[in-house]
Design a protein around this ligand. Structure first.
Ligand SMILES: CC(C)C[C@H](N)C(=O)O
Length: 484
């Protein structure tokens, strides 16, 4: 905070007298009012993300015309511009594909009625206690005429939706356990059965919202001011800092940590170079490649996720789902994987894409474009370095997530992952993908300290899409087994 001006102003607002003291913040140049009279709701967070300074996010739409026009279109279509879109605005190309798909899933012709779609969104987000998405879709659900009684809990909803609870749970936490019996149960229920097309629509929605919950927590998305948890009536203590300092930690110098990690990027680039050279020299045998995959998978199970003490407090959304204690379990423990783990890495291209497209026209195509977009997105930068080929690094991130889900690419050397992804990054990845509600600001800050926020959001896009694809693969595999 630069200084507090002496100027005061008195306003007569009907019967209230409001007196403000104006201050100007040196970071965000915001004029802040110190409220001396009436209590007016103020924003709880500052900007769309708890992790990223607001001015960086808003800067994007000022300088990028494409982002600006996407924001305008999104606003025209939905009547709102949510914080998720604002943060994704760092990557306008991706955002366009994301919004197109989401719009199709929620608003265009499709097997499920509109209120079902939003209710399924609520169920999926609630599995990860993502009150941000739950609130967003509770509003949408009511707006399209949904019955408020359903919002009291899953047992207030029709039996058909209740039956989806089990699929929601397994898909979110242990998708490798899905079998054709789960599918049969839904399709063959006597009175309340699902059609295959409806089920595909539901599966796509569930996976979309599970992974969007990951993005929401991974980027520290804050509720919009008008929604639950987005405002406060308590005056913020402004003392010597602006609210932007409080929300974004600008008030604390981190110089020591920064200096310590200043070589991280160069080290990473050097490793990429070395790996590239070795790759050209020797090729490991198939057995060796399989062993490296197993090693990485086993190691991923040992990565701890929780830093319990710092978890985001969310409104209780447990009434929207059952069995809240059911969470991600590393699938190699208890030998669960033995029967389930198969190499299905090409399943999406070979079967998944066409299966979805056949039952829910155009959606296979939309999803495929979005996966490709996330996978191939690059600006050829690494923090402050330009003209860098980052394919190897982005591929390691994508494949690490699939590896945690037991999906193996037989042409990929999993030894690369250990060279490129360090421990704090793995902790972040695993938390964000497997138990997103446990992601903390500290975790976000601890990995890749020298990288830009836009690059961390880029990482989030990779994680989110890889997760969605992994869930879809297992669901579609179960559906294909049922059909054949
Ligand atoms: C996730 C980052 C390493 C991506 C990188 N900045 C690129 O443009 O490719």
């Amino acid at each position: 905070m630069r200084h507090a001006t002496a100027a005061t102003e008195t306003m007569d607002n009907n019967s209230f007298t409001v007196t403000y003291l104006y201050k100007i913040c040196a970071h965000c140049e915001r004029l802040s009012k110190k409220d001396l009279g009436v209590r007016i709701p103020g924003p709880l967070g500052n900007g769309p993300s708890r992790f990223i300074p607001e001015k960086e996010i808003l800067q994007v739409s000022k300088v990028d015309l494409r982002a600006q026009s996407i924001f305008e279109d999104a606003f025209a279509a939905l009547g709102r511009l949510d914080n998720i879109s604002l943060v994704m605005g760092f990557h306008p190309q991706y955002l366009e594909s994301f919004l197109r798909t989401q719009h199709y899933l929620l608003q265009m012709d499709g097997p499920l009625s509109l209120h079902y779609r939003h209710y399924i969104g609520i169920m999926a987000a609630a599995r990860h206690q993502c009150s941000y998405l739950v609130n967003l879709h509770v509003n949408d659900f009511l707006q399209v005429g949904g019955d408020p009684k359903w919002l009291n809990g899953l047992d207030g909803a029709p039996q058909k939706l209740q039956a989806l609870g089990e699929l929601n749970k397994i898909l979110a936490h242990r998708p490798w356990l899905l079998t054709k019996a789960h599918i049969e149960h839904l399709l063959k229920a006597e009175e309340h059965s699902w059609s295959l097309a409806e089920l595909i629509h539901a599966v796509v929605l569930l996976t979309h919202y599970h992974s969007l919950a990951s993005f929401t927590f991974g980027c520290g998305i804050t509720p919009e001011i008008h929604s639950d948890g987005g405002h406060t009536l308590r005056p913020l203590s402004l003392s010597q800092y602006c609210v932007c300092d409080i929300a974004n930690g600008n008030g604390h110098g981190n110089n020591l940590e920064e200096r310590r990690s200043s070589h991280q990027v160069e080290v990473l680039m050097e490793r990429m170079k070395q790996l590239q050279e070795c790759r050209d020299e020797e090729e490991a045998s198939q057995e060796e490649m399989a062993t490296r995959f197993e090693r990485e998978k086993t190691e991923s199970m040992l990565v701890a996720t929780a830093e319990e003490e710092e978890c985001v407090q969310s409104r209780d959304v447990s009434r929207h789902f059952e069995d809240p204690s059911y969470g991600y379990k590393d699938f190699s423990r208890r030998g669960e994987h033995k029967a389930k783990h198969i190499v299905i890495s090409t399943f999406w291209e070979d079967h998944g894409y066409s299966l979805v497209n056949r039952l829910y026209p155009d959606v296979g195509q939309l999803l495929d474009e979005k996966f490709q977009m996330a996978y191939n997105l690059t600006y050829n930068t690494m923090a402050m370095h330009k003209d860098v080929d980052t394919t190897m690094l982005r591929r390691a991130i994508w494949n690490y997530i699939h590896c945690m889900f037991g999906i193996r690419y037989d042409d990929y050397d999993y030894g690369e992952i250990n060279q490129l992804l360090d421990r704090s990054f793995k902790v972040y990845i695993k938390t964000m993908v497997c138990s997103p509600e446990k992601t903390t600001k500290r975790m976000y800050e601890s990995f890749w300290r020298q990288f830009q926020h836009s690059e961390k959001v880029h990482v989030n896009l990779l994680l989110m899409e890889a997760r969605m694809q992994a869930e879809l693969l297992y669901a579609l595999r179960a559906i294909t087994c049922y059909m054949t």
